[in-house]
Design a protein around this ligand. Structure first.
Ligand code: AMP
Ligand code: FE
Ligand code: FE
Ligand code: ZN
Length: 279
């Protein structure tokens, strides 16, 4: 079984439509794929139709933006009821804050280079969760940088002079909301050294107390030392260990199926989630 539990479509900051992500998952030889757009479930219906038509199992999920001791962390939620009012309200508040924050980033960049908010809108689909990747695409279109990754290397890097944070719920609070919505909360890329500081063992302990169910151990942004630390933490707390690609279409080098999750872990997620895996 080839199971990849973390992908993005144009419903957040991926470059493919939800149906295209599903088709790409089939072409990559996956048996099961999860669609986990940032702060949104707008891609679920299209993905579900495509998955049924193409004969691949679909795990409906999302990747929620959170804050943890002042920095940004991501929480994967699987098989939750997206209409649960508290969780829906948080996601919508984050999406609104993201637009405001993106406009501020563009305002800062525009002092130093030709760039307008319309440039960003031209790169942003109707259903997108606006983020730095769309600003990156606008910078590429203007010829300021060759690709998204180059934009993130300096101009859009966390802590750059053009960087602005946005509102997001505290990670422990987000975990409680996901659980209340019947979902399975898994901390995304907790050992990502290229982003902010990795999530520490003490922080993981506190999130487990809030109800965290799993850690995304096998992800390209967790180096080998981080993966070993995360595996030890997962064993200590009996957490689920997942592996995923974090596919963004052509927006990132991450390839579908480059990291995988075991059938045993998927079965556990399926048994705990309020929604079913669509097969
Ligand atoms: P934001 O959500 O606006 O803070 O932007 C973070 C998003 O940018 C992440 O979800 C990634 O998808 C994307 N991202 C981060 N680093 C890179 C990179 N080096 N190249 C392409 N996309 C990136
Ligand atoms: Fe992303
Ligand atoms: Fe993420
Ligand atoms: Zn992601």
């Amino acid at each position: 079984m080839r199971i990849d539990l973390h992908t993005h479509s144009v419903a957040s900051d991926g470059t493919e439509r939800p149906a295209e992500v599903i088709a790409s998952a089939v072409a990559a030889g996956l048996d099961v794929v999860a669609l986990t757009d940032h702060d949104s479930t707008r891609g679920w219906d299209e993905a579900a139709q495509a998955a049924a038509a193409l004969g691949i199992a679909l795990v409906r999920g999302a990747e929620l933006s959170c804050r943890l001791h002042g920095r940004s962390v991501h929480l994967l939620a699987y098989l939750h009821d997206p209409q649960t009012p508290e969780l829906l309200a948080e996601a919508e508040q984050v999406r609104t804050a993201r637009v405001d924050r993106a406009r501020r980033i563009v305002g800062l960049l525009a002092r130093d280079m030709p760039l307008t908010w319309d440039d960003v809108l031209a790169q942003t689909g109707d259903e997108a969760t606006v983020g730095r990747p769309h600003i990156a695409d606008a910078l590429v279109a203007r010829g300021h940088v060759p690709d998204r990754s180059a934009a993130f290397d300096e101009l859009l890097a966390t802590g750059s002079p053009y960087w602005v944070p946005h509102y997001a719920p505290d990670a422990a609070q987000a975990i409680r909301l996901v659980l209340a919505a019947g979902g399975v909360p898994v901390l995304a890329h907790p050992g990502a050294v290229l982003r902010d500081a990795p999530v520490s063992d003490a922080e993981i302990d506190a999130l487990v107390d809030a109800g965290l169910a799993g850690l995304e151990v096998d992800h390209r942004d967790n180096d080998e030392a981080q993966r070993a630390r995360l595996r030890a933490a997962a064993r200590r707390h009996h957490l689920l260990e997942t592996g995923s690609s974090d596919y963004h279409g052509t927006g990132k080098p991450n390839r579908l199926g480059e990291n995988l999750t075991s059938a045993e872990v998927l079965a556990e997620i399926a048994s705990r989630g309020r929604l079913e895996v669509l097969r």
